[in-house]
Design a protein around this ligand. Structure first.
Ligand code: 1GP
Length: 240
């Protein structure tokens, strides 16, 4: 089974998925083995790799090292076309649907197309929706777009639906890395009820309690990065 079929199966069976997000600019290559011992003892099911920027072009090295260490599926979550590595298993082929910057709606995707055509990454078309997490994030700065206010539930829902209707296979509600406020439960709830494709939620989730709240609200996949970067003992709370 490929990555997407596994996500669909988990959704059908009500099994929740947790993606550990690794930022190539922040991970210490020397620490990968120890970090992954903790990952493997936890309920994590996927590894996402990416960041808004990767100034030293570390993505390829980081993916190679992680590939040696884990059998969990490695999915690229790229900030731009430079962050593609054929050593990963799949790629979130993101369109920033909440923004109106053509560069992140279609230009980067056109640049990525000839690269992806020649390698064997599983492509996961993903509608990416930035929601205000009460902190200006790198994604906002780099993409030069504004997030949607959490109060604007109709716009968030309609953006997610437009994503599904235009063929995206996943919708990602993103409060931004290190968000002060994660995506509100009522938003997750409404989007989940109206969407038939799997829902990813991330940004600002820092505790087991918040993770459970997010799953219960309807997220099929939750993404956590900063909380693990700040304190690896967080994995202790997420043991299998
Ligand atoms: C960011 O959704 C991810 O793109 C994860 O956010 O780093 O706040 O966990 P955190």
């Amino acid at each position: 089974m490929n990555i997407y079929q596994n996500i669909l199966l988990a959704k059908k069976e009500g099994k929740k998925l947790l993606a550990v997000l690794i930022d190539p600019e922040k991970i210490d290559l020397e620490n990968i083995a120890i970090f992954f011992e903790k990952v493997h003892q936890s309920i994590a099911t996927h590894i996402f790799i990416g960041g808004s920027t990767d100034e030293n072009n570390q993505t390829e090295n980081v993916v190679s090292e992680i590939k040696k260490t884990t059998h969990l599926p490695i999915v690229l979550f790229p900030g731009d076309v430079s962050q593609i590595s054929e050593k990963a298993d799949g790629i979130l082929f993101l369109s920033l649907l909440s923004g109106r910057n053509p560069e992140y709606l279609i230009e980067q995707q056109i640049k990525a197309a000839p690269i992806l055509k020649n390698i064997h990454l599983e492509i996961l078309p993903t509608g990416y929706i930035l929601i205000d997490g009460k902190k200006e994030t790198a994604t906002q700065k780099v993409s030069n777009t504004k997030p949607i206010a959490q109060e604007n539930v109709d716009l968030i829902l309609n953006t997610a639906l437009a994503g599904e209707f235009s063929g995206k296979k996943l919708i990602y509600l993103e409060a931004g890395s290190g968000a002060t406020v994660p995506v509100n439960n009522s938003i997750i709830n409404v989007v989940k009820k109206n969407l038939s494709i799997p829902l990813i939620v991330g940004g600002g989730i820092r505790s087991k309690e918040q993770l459970d709240i997010t799953f219960n609200a309807g997220a099929d996949i939750v993404v956590i990065g900063t909380a693990f970067e700040d304190d690896e003992t967080f994995f202790e709370d997420l043991k299998k």
